[in-house]
Design a protein around this ligand. Structure first.
Ligand code: KG4
Ligand code: ZN
Length: 341
């Protein structure tokens, strides 16, 4: 089965062709980062309009790259939520219109299920069951995964998501959007041990997270340094390192707890923050204790992309799932509501 995957939940237009036997045939992405950067974050209306502009050229591009024609496509998968409603509607209406015209099925995919299954596109995919740490711009969740659609939420952020904390922290230090890659770049030149930031909610039991206090702690530290005439580049790097280390340690402590609690020894990390090298390293080391492994997608498939939607959609379409002709998207959509395969 050849599936066309469309991702438009936020500020990336992602399109891919995934074949159930031949694997990923083509993948194309247009990132709107430059469009939103001047505003310091994503402007939803601009995002929707840009998805409209990019969608059809990207579909033509993946068809060319794969050496396929529209007639070869057996089904279409699109992100139906969670995300920005206007942006989601572009992918959903485009998918439904083409599915109707071509007489093929279309299926709305959960964006976080896409992220969660992205490591399945790698050479050595993880086997079920495993614990998944989903860390993106909008979500921080620990999930027990027993199969596709068999998700048990173990813990989640009570306020900011991990990626959001990176973005907000970067912004208050005057760094451009998105902040995650900026902070991790500056952290490489940071002085270890100059600042010690808190590891929120690690001193009490449970698997929930809270990152908003860390942002305030960073702001106070940055302002104090400034007031003391010490607001230069090195201080920014030192703060970036202390902040990143606090997030990485906090996530590692909670992942260790989740593995102990579930008795599982494999961990999948997915979503934009899973591209972070310090996080990958720390979790890899921790998994040694469990004689297990940590799995993640290649960097371009950690952040939003069409390939993960085409893959996740293909698994569900093969099981016979598809939508009727109505166009439905959801800004919020708990993953436990998904049907098990
Ligand atoms: O998964 P994603 O592309 O979009 C959402 O579904 O939200 O994640 C984007 C988030 C942003 O907050 C961005 O700052 C963060 O992932 N991010 C990173 C890194 N690369 C992207 N955070 C930390 N380190 C990185 N290397
Ligand atoms: Zn995402």
């Amino acid at each position: 089965m050849l599936v066309l995957g469309l991702e438009t939940s936020c500020d990336e237009t992602g399109v891919a062709l995934y074949h159930s036997e031949r694997g990923l045939l083509a993948d194309a992405l247009f990132s709107q980062i430059d469009l939103h950067r001047v505003y310091g974050g994503v402007v939803p209306e601009l995002a929707s309009r840009d998805h409209v502009k990019r969608m059809l050229p990207l579909i033509r591009q993946v068809l060319d790259e794969a050496g396929c024609v529209a007639n070869d496509i057996d089904a279409i998968a699109y992100t139906a939520g969670p995300g920005l409603v206007g942006a989601l509607l572009v992918g959903a209406s485009c998918a439904q219109a083409m599915a109707f015209a071509w007489g093929i099925p279309a299926l709305g995919v959960h964006h976080m299920e896409g992220h969660l299954l992205a490591p399945m596109l790698e050479e050595k995919p993880p086997a079920f069951p495993f614990v998944a740490l989903l860390v993106s711009g909008g979500h921080t969740q620990l999930v027990r995964v027993d199969g596709i659609g068999q998700y048990q939420l173990l813990g989640e952020s009570l306020d900011d998501a991990a990626g959001e904390a990176f973005d907000k922290t970067a912004k208050l230090m005057g760094l451009p959007y998105p902040g995650g890659p900026e902070i991790s770049r500056l952290a490489q030149s940071g002085t270890p041990g100059r600042f010690k930031f808190p590891r929120p909610m690690t001193d009490r039991p449970g698997l929930d997270f809270s990152f908003s206090g860390l942002k305030t702690f960073t702001l106070n530290t940055w302002q104090q340094c400034h007031a003391a005439g010490d607001g230069g580049e090195q201080t920014r790097c030192d703060i970036a390192l202390a902040f990143q280390q606090a997030v990485v340690d906090t996530l590692t402590i909670k992942c260790r707890r989740a593995l102990k609690q579930t008795g599982l020894n494999n961990l999948v990390i997915a979503g934009g923050v899973s591209a972070n090298q310090a996080l990958r390293q720390s979790l890899g080391q921790m998994l040694g204790e469990f004689k297990g492994e940590v799995f993640y997608a290649r960097p371009v498939f950690c952040t939003d992309n069409g390939a993960m939607i085409a893959y996740a959609g293909c698994q569900r379409l093969l099981a016979g799932q598809h939508e009727d002709l109505s166009i439905k998207v959801q800004a919020r959509w708990p993953m436990e509501q998904l049907q098990a395969l």
